[in-house]
Design a protein around this ligand. Structure first.
Ligand code: AMP
Length: 420
């Protein structure tokens, strides 16, 4: 073991589990690519103020969890704690919203960084796949994203997740509610920090996980009772559209999220097998974010699904993904001449698109056959001096155990036929 370890709150993705991560990313992105979303990739760090303004000055993410740094040139940067602000920044910078094709639909996949108290399911480096639909106010767009996320989890084989849905109102009705909630919170027995939060961002107090706080919130005013007619109608349409798509959800009237930019539709996917870190994904509408970061009004909606927690959810449900073996053909060479010939065959097979591997390291037959077994390959090619003298290699089917001699120049065809 080396003296160095992965930093606290992080872990390495290594085979075979890493293959599950790739499959999860592919399954999620497959859904959005299939729905007109284009791939966007932004830097791993941004101007710290993008997040301070975008995510919110009073959020835990900005006040406690950001990895900030000052470059040698004096720039104040932060490792990205989330994806939405960066993606919107990139879309604005490239003027994507001016090309007459709103909404601009983008998806992304990458690493995110939050200095959190590390525990099972909560890491300081984690991985998300996200999707954003920028520049349109249309309940069908909110519905589309919820349906796509649901479809991604279903396609992975997850069953024990629930969709929580709420509306956070808009700039008309939320301020009225905010004040009512604030008045209510001022009358409670809360610690100083929570009271301060109640003054800056009272909705976030609803999200407090502590039992003694939750107990006092039972009679808190609910945003639903303050929604303006436009927000009510909008929310009703989202609910109808996802219901018509057969997506089951629960109205969660206290659902708020840890980022300030959400308006109207807000949702979270929670998995019941994950303990306290149960959110596998979440998102919502963020109609005000563009203006908050200096852009024009661009009503938008999006989500981010956590890859790490989705993998944990699969493990909690005991779902094993049907992953193809990484190697189809494994070549075992006995002797120098066979090494030269079979190495050439492996290259030929790979060029033909057949996943192939080779017994490296000059092992004997026993060690090489062990490698072949470990590789999971369907077929093995074995050759020694005697085979080469006859111009053949032995082609072995690892499932049936059957073996036959194949002429050297017919290997590709024989392998193709047998794998078909
Ligand atoms: P958020 O941006 O906080 O809404 O997070 C979206 C999703 O990312 C969550 O539902 C989690 O699945 C995942 N996520 C957020 N923070 C972490 C973390 N510290 N560790 C692992 N996954 C996370």
């Amino acid at each position: 073991m080396s003296t160095f370890q992965a930093p606290k709150g992080t872990y390495d993705l290594i085979p075979p589990r890493s293959a599950v991560f790739l499959a999860v990313r592919d399954t999620i992105s497959g859904q959005v690519r299939n729905a007109g979303y284009g791939y966007v990739e932004t830097p791993g760090f941004e101007d710290v103020n993008l997040f301070a303004r975008g995510v919110g000055e009073s959020t835990d993410i900005v006040t406690k969890e950001m990895y900030t740094l000052t470059t040698k040139g004096g720039d104040q940067l932060a490792l990205r704690p989330e994806g939405t602000a960066s993606v919107l920044r990139a879309a604005l910078q490239a003027n994507l919203h001016k090309q007459g094709n709103l909404p601009v639909k983008l998806w992304y996949s990458g690493s995110y960084y939050r200095y959190e108290r590390a525990q099972a399911g909560r890491y300081r480096h984690f991985s998300q796949v996200g999707a954003e639909a920028i520049g349109a106010e249309d309940p069908a767009l909110d519905a589309e994203l919820i349906i796509l996320a649901d479809q991604a989890y279903r396609a992975l084989g997850l069953r024990q997740y629930r969709i929580l849905l709420n509306s956070l109102g808009d700039k008309e009705c939320r301020p009225v509610y905010r004040e009512a909630l604030q008045t209510f919170l001022r009358g409670l027995d809360l610690d100083e920090e929570t009271l301060r939060r109640a003054e800056i961002n009272p909705l976030r107090v609803l999200d407090d996980k502590r039992a003694d706080v939750q107990k006092q919130l039972v009679d808190a005013p609910l945003l639903r009772d303050y929604l303006c007619d436009a927000c009510k109608a909008y929310h009703e349409q989202v609910r109808e559209l996802i219901t018509a798509a057969g997506v089951v959800f629960e109205d969660d009237l206290k659902l708020v999220r840890g980022l300030d930019y959400y308006t109207r539709t807000t949702f979270e996917f929670v998995h019941d097998g994950l303990g306290s870190q149960s959110a596998v994904g979440g998102g919502g509408r963020y109609d005000g974010l563009s203006e908050m970061i200096g852009g024009p009004a661009l009503p938008s909606v999006g989500w981010a699904l956590g890859v790490d927690r989705t993998v944990l959810a699969l493990e909690a449900e005991g779902v094993t993904l049907d992953l193809p073996a990484p190697t189809s053909v494994f070549a075992v060479a006995l002797g120098e001449e066979a090494r030269r010939v079979l190495f050439g065959k492996v290259t030929e097979l790979r060029r033909a698109g057949i996943a192939s591997d080779f017994s490296f390291g000059g092992k004997g037959l026993k060690g090489s056959m062990k490698d072949a077994n470990r590789s999971g390959a369907r077929l093995t090619l074995v050759a020694g001096e005697r085979d080469l003298a006859e111009g053949v290699v032995q082609l072995k089917d690892m499932e049936s155990g059957e073996q036959r001699a194949v002429a050297l120049d017919e290997v590709l065809d024989a392998v193709r036929a047998q794998l078909a």
